[in-house]
Write a protein that binds this ligand. Structure first.
Ligand SMILES: [Zn+2]
Length: 631
């Protein structure tokens, strides 16, 4: 038997759509009527008997007959109904079917519309789509993780658009799954709850996967999602409210609280004001390439703490025309102050309060181009190219003419992805943002530096690379090895096998050595190549110590740095080398004018907080500085 088309004209059902999605059955009906959805006139227009609509006596019974796979299952109730009908391919007919509806409940119009699907699927298919609000609310589980990371670290997040991209991709995929579920006829409640909870677990499940492994984590997740679907599908009238509360908690409360706490802990900016400008006219304008190998300990440290005397790289670089000073030191124990010291040729922080977030922000701006070296060279016609490292502190600022952005997997995207289900996979596949960034920088320089240094314009190229800084995922041939014993961003902490970590550190350093040797071949001799480290290594676990507790070895290892240069012709960088003075000596040589050198100064601090405050910064006495410098 076929239903008459006129009885199922869309107009008849438009109003009941609203009604049904608010679930005008049982307890929710009163509310629904207030909203104007469930008027009795709707029902009266229906050809179905308003009561007594049992399976036995209605016209619509016939239209259920084409669902053979569902026969015999209908008696178990609506929740068992749809998977069966899903298989049978007739699911659209019964998606919203509720048992009370069939057995004569006043909202029999639901059944009516269901029947409509059987007879005229095009007319009724509208209701199988989820509401637009379902898709809007899906933004909460998909965007909350990246937004939370942004809120917590908004001072140091490079490329926040990448976080939006991660959230957006997850949202599009979730929305497509929701569309598909509705398309095959899964009930709205189950679809929405299922997709919502899956999206949340996907975006936050990194720890779960790390703990249980993918197999068990998947089982646990499926069990939880099925349980949630089961519970919530019986309380459909509350679905929208529940989702709204969850969405608000995730997006508004969580993100705003994190953002507020982040603002609240900014602290005061203790960075020194920018040093006075230096007017310089360069007589000679070679291309200048500054490569910073992060945490590469110097010759003295290699011998004392790694048992490597007269390292192979030194002799190879000497053979390629480099000068390799015996003694080179950094004034600071961390990148955020050491690179500004190199580029500003000054001391960006001094003894006293520690590096607050506000201080870091200023230091990052100086790394990103707001420094004297870039200004002096720009005013002399240099074009500045900066290659971002993947560490959030080295991001190009406005002063950079040509920026080579970090790969997509920078620190902020790595941390965001690490919170998600794909985190362990990303870790195994790519290591860390430092590793990805260093590989990217090496490839870029090998492909482009020859070209840049061959044209007639003077160039300044700044590349900060986060190797041999841990994690130690690159072997001596720069192949990726992401085994767990190479992970961690410090060399030592209690319980690790320090000897094998030192070996891995030397391997990663050898990767850098090989890269420099091959790069030096592709760059002409008249370019100035400066290979420098920002600070040394940390096998004494010194970064966790209060500065008052650092031994002399701890200081020496962390402040002693690798340094080599080529192309300065008859000039020399004054020895013993202090990083603050390297570019001074270089610019003096090129300009043929003298600038008074600063007295060497050095500062210690920890990366930890003490009494809720960043570690204080302690300046070493001149006697200790002289001793370290071997004077
Ligand atoms: Zn560093």
């Amino acid at each position: 038997m076929k239903l008459q088309e006129s009885a199922f004209h869309p107009d008849t059902f438009n109003r009941s759509d609203k009604c049904r999605t608010r679930n005008c059955s049982g307890r929710a009906e009163q509310k629904c009527e207030r909203l104007g959805g469930c008027q009795s006139s709707d029902l009266e227009r229906s050809p179905l008997p308003r009561s007594g609509g049992s399976l036995e006596n209605s016209v619509w019974k016939a239209d259920f007959q084409p669902l053979p796979a569902c026969q015999g299952i209908i008696g178990f109730g609506p929740h068992n109904f749809w998977p069966c009908c899903l298989r049978s391919g007739y699911s659209a007919a019964v998606t919203e079917l509720r048992w009370p509806t069939i057995s004569g409940h006043p909202s029999g119009k639901s059944v009516l519309t269901d029947l409509n699907h059987v007879a005229h699927q095009d007319i009724g298919s509208r209701r199988d789509r989820a509401w637009w609000i379902d898709y809007v609310l899906l933004a909460a589980p998909t965007f909350s993780t990246p937004m939370l990371l942004w809120a917590e670290n908004y001072v140091g997040v490079g490329h926040p658009s990448r976080l939006v991209l991660i959230g957006g991709t997850a949202w599009i995929m979730s929305a497509l799954i929701l569309v598909a579920m509705r398309h095959v006829g899964a009930p709205r409640t189950i679809s929405v709850v299922g997709v919502w909870s899956s999206a949340y677990v996907f975006m936050r499940g990194g720890t779960l996967v790390q703990t249980l492994g993918y197999g068990f984590a998947l089982l646990a997740t499926v069990a939880v999602i099925l349980g949630l679907c089961f519970l919530l599908s019986r309380r459909t009238e509350r679905l929208q409210e529940v989702l709204l509360v969850l969405a608000s908690a995730l997006l508004t409360v969580e993100v705003i609280v994190a953002w507020y706490m982040s603002i609240d802990s900014l602290g005061d900016d203790h960075a020194q004001p920018p040093p006075p400008e230096i007017e310089m006219t360069l007589q000679s304008k070679p291309d200048i390439v500054l490569i910073v190998a992060d945490a590469y300990v110097g010759l003295d440290g290699l011998e004392r703490y790694f048992g490597v005397s007269d390292p192979a790289w030194k002799n190879q670089l000497l053979g390629q025309g480099f000068t390799v000073p015996d003694v080179a030191y950094s004034p600071y124990v961390s990148t955020s102050a050491a690179i500004p010291a190199i580029l500003d040729m000054a001391y960006p922080i001094e003894g006293g309060p520690g590096i607050t977030k506000a201080t870091s922000r200023t230091l990052y701006e100086r790394i990103g181009g707001d420094n004297r070296a870039v200004r002096i060279l720009s005013s002399n016609g240099y074009q500045t190219t900066m290659i971002e490292s993947g560490w959030s502190g080295s991001a190009c600022g406005d002063q950079i003419d040509k920026c080579v952005p970090s790969p997509f997997l920078n620190e902020s995207t790595f941390f965001t992805l690490n919170k998600t289900w794909v985190g362990p996979w990303v870790l195994a596949q790519y290591g860390y943002s430092f590793t990805v960034g260093a590989l990217n920088t090496m490839t870029w320089l090998q492909e482009n530096l020859g070209v840049i240094t061959q044209d007639s314009k003077p160039d300044l190229v700044i590349a900060h690379m986060e190797i041999p800084h841990p994690p130690l995922f690159l072997d001596s041939e720069c192949n990726l090895d992401t085994s767990p014993d190479r992970s961690g961003v410090t060399l030592q902490w209690p319980g690790v096998d320090l000897d094998s970590r030192k070996e891995a550190y030397l391997e990663q350093a050898a990767c850098f050595d090989g890269f420099i040797q091959s790069l030096a071949k592709s760059v002409s001799d008249d370019s100035l190549l400066l290979i420098v480290s920002d600070h040394g290594s940390d096998s004494h676990h010194q970064l966790a110590l209060h500065p008052a507790e650092w031994s002399e070895d701890a200081m020496r290892e962390r402040l002693n740095v690798m340094f080599a240069y080529r192309g300065l012709n008859e000039c020399k960088v004054e020895e013993p080398v202090l990083l603050t003075n390297v570019l001074r000596d270089v610019l003096e040589c090129l300009a043929d004018t003298r600038i008074a050198n600063h007295e060497p100064r050095m500062f210690l601090y920890s990366v930890l907080e003490f009494d809720g405050e960043p570690s204080p910064i302690v300046e070493l006495s001149p006697v200790v500085v002289d001793k370290l410098l071997g004077q």
